[in-house]
Write a protein of this length. Structure first.
Length: 217
């Protein structure tokens, strides 16, 4: 479990053969084999480490779901160690399980902030809500606007300085994790309506449904 507050930006040293090695400093201070570290929002397990690097295995499913395939030696990656109980939850609850990727479509200046627009598939977009939370490459961000094909987040200068977003460009793929609480709510509501996809696929909210569930006498 993570918070989406990035601790440092590491660099890919080696990627291939079912594993990757990353150069880092901060996240290695108390690392152990078997620890979880979020790499661009992807929860990976440390299999070995030394004073300047750590290595993690990468499953084919992880590569299919994420933007890892687009990384190269030297690519900057956001790193965060697992949440410690008793610490401050500065971002939001992040599982490190990526729902898919989006494409950065635009950056726009807005006074001291930068608005970043990300285009995504409908299956991911339906879990994005205005003023809700989303994790992009593992960074906890607040959604500023949602349309029928994309969403926009507002980036303060500090975020771009301490994460890999400072090097991101239009057209880049970015990892997306929707709010985990919202995903469970959608699943429960979908079950109540008799469909895994949710109410919108079962004719919407109806009086019959409310009566069956005790909302009308």
């Amino acid at each position: 479990m993570f918070t989406g507050i990035i601790e440092e930006v590491g660099r890919i040293q080696r990627l291939g053969g079912g594993s990757l090695t990353i150069a880092a400093r901060e996240v290695l201070k108390d690392v152990h084999v078997g620890d979880s570290i979020a790499v661009n929002g992807i929860c990976l397990t440390v299999t070995s480490f030394d004073a300047r690097h750590f290595t993690a295995d990468v499953m084919p499913e992880t590569v299919r779901r994420t933007s890892l395939d687009g990384l190269r030696q030297g690519s900057p990656v956001n790193l965060e160690r697992a949440l410690q109980l008793g610490g401050r939850l500065g971002g939001h609850i992040v599982s490190g399980h990526i729902d898919g990727t989006g494409t950065i479509r635009a950056f726009r200046d807005e006074k001291n902030a930068i608005l970043m627009t990300v285009e995504v598939e409908p299956s991911i977009l339906q879990g994005i809500v205005e003023k809700g939370s989303v994790a992009l490459d593992g960074i906890s961000l607040t959604v500023a606007e949602v349309t029928d094909r994309d969403f926009t987040v507002s980036l303060i200068p500090h975020t771009r300085e301490v994460t890999n977003l400072g090097s991101r460009r239009q057209g880049d793929a970015i990892n997306i994790e929707n709010d985990v609480i919202g995903k469970y709510v959608a699943k429960i509501l979908g079950s109540a309506y008799g469909t895994a996809e949710g109410p919108e696929h079962a004719g919407g909210l109806s009086k019959d449904f409310l009566v069956r569930n005790g909302f009308f006498i």
